[in-house]
Design a protein around this ligand. Sequence first.
Ligand code: FAD
Length: 320
Amino acid sequence: MQADYDVIIVGAGIAGLSAALYAARQRLKTLVISKDLGGQLNMTTLIENYPAIPKISGPELAKRVEQQARAFGAEIIFDEVKTIEKEGDVFVVKTEGGDEYRSLAVILAFGKTPKELNVPGEAKFKNKGVSYCTICDAPFFKGQDVALVSWGDLAREPVTILSSVANKFYWIFPSDKPIHDEEFIEQAKRLGKAVFMPNSEVVEIKGDTKVKAVVVRNKKTGEVQELPVAAVFIEVGYVTKSDFVRHLAELNERGEIIADWEGKTKTPGVFAAGDIVAYPYKQAVIAAAMGVASALSATAYVMKMKGKPVASLVDWKASK
Ligand SMILES: Cc1cc2nc3c(=O)[nH]c(=O)nc-3n(C[C@H](O)[C@H](O)[C@H](O)COP(=O)(O)OP(=O)(O)OC[C@H]3O[C@@H](n4cnc5c(N)ncnc54)[C@H](O)[C@@H]3O)c2cc1C
């Protein structure tokens, strides 16, 4: 079976676009198939921590990398990948739109989506005080009163960050205790910024042009309180839809793909990059770098498949 492309990249978030830029520049015939352009970058209006770019909106960052990738010849089509099967040395990629594409390698960069609370006001105030990424957005609310909806191990990072950044934060969680780890609870109490709101749920997020208050109901007593806050951080997990690659890559219990630093998965020719990879730090620059590593690994793989010389990996220490 003949391949139409050297590499097909699933997802046009920052990981997939960065992979496309590198793969195309390495002269691989490159196709990106994605449901949208930018992925999670579309959920943020201001990024201040992408190296060399002091301030940029998420969509603008995606657009710039898209243009860079296209300039090197990468093709991008908008569709959803439904299945990927390996037939001999070729991967057959089928989409929701009914199209079929063949490639020698694939890069899985289809990311994840934060879970939402689905309460009134949440959608309206996204990027206007409602955030699904505390590490990304907490610095915008330095010294202010905010709310955090999170529990279990997921709460460790946002609680630690808000304990240093916020004036105080209402920690809203649905049971008696926010996390099993008593030591962590004591530490949060000692830091003195968390106002514990046990057995509670958010019923509404209010504001005008931005968030002004969160309405919280105590599930045991029925009491409803309106708390003045500048932001509501929602960290209740992510949705990963990776079942369709389970036969190609090992997944962890959260549906994240197990890949090494070169982006390699258990199947030769299948690489993974970005937030879909089981790696703890979910940030744009890291996703971009993973995309680059995967593209370089895919290049070496494709060259080998074509019987062409493969540029060896340079060991910088050894060259001293
Ligand atoms: C609110 C918020 C604010 C953030 N702020 C920052 C910040 O300030 N700085 C920072 O560094 N990071 C920030 N992040 C994190 C950063 O956005 C992510 O780490 C990064 O965008 C992940 O990129 P990705 O390409 O791995 O995945 P994603 O962005 O999730 O992209 C995945 C792409 O794959 C597509 N896709 C999914 N399934 C399929 C399929 N089956 N077929 C085809 N396409 C598919 C999606 O449509 C999407 O285009 C923020 C995240 C959020 C949610």
